[in-house]
Design a protein around this ligand. Structure first.
Ligand SMILES: [Zn+2]
Length: 138
């Protein structure tokens, strides 16, 4: 259970954007989730340092995972950690597509399907509205 004050702090820190894919909560019907970066089942804590704002799609695709195989090497690779990693160290934008810069970037794109057709279309709409690419954080 995440208290209201903690929830608000996570949302504010993320500037109301998914901390994995950068999607803005503004304009999305479904409320974004508060993601435990290290899952509760792995003794992840409900503290600011282990929480991230995630859109519904990223949240559900990540689930309780902390690793994914790097599609290039097949090696189990830690997923992007929004509190410990800098987004721009692992990813960059190519217009509406997320491009991986590292193994961690590749594994995270694979696990969260960050370039699936639906989100590409959504980013194209967001671009027209001036909400893509994100100006802050990512
Ligand atoms: Zn997302």
């Amino acid at each position: 259970m995440i208290g209201r004050a903690l929830r608000r702090a996570v949302i504010r820190r993320a500037a109301e954007r998914c901390e994995y894919c950068g999607l803005a909560q503004e304009g999305q019907e479904a409320a974004f989730h508060i993601d435990h970066i290290v899952p509760l089942n792995d003794n992840g804590e409900t503290t600011l340092s282990n929480l991230a704002l995630a859109c519904v799609s990223c949240s559900l695709r990540k689930g309780a995972a902390t690793h994914e195989s790097d599609p290039l090497t097949g090696n189990a690779t830690p997923l992007f950690h929004p509190r410990k990693d800098l987004w721009s160290d692992h990813f960059r934008w190519n217009d509406v597509e997320v491009v991986a810069l590292t193994a961690k970037g590749r594994a995270t794109i694979e696990r969260l399907k960050l370039n699936r057709p639906l989100i590409i279309a959504l980013r194209q709409e967001e671009k027209l509205r001036g909400r893509h690419p994100p100006l802050r954080i990512l």
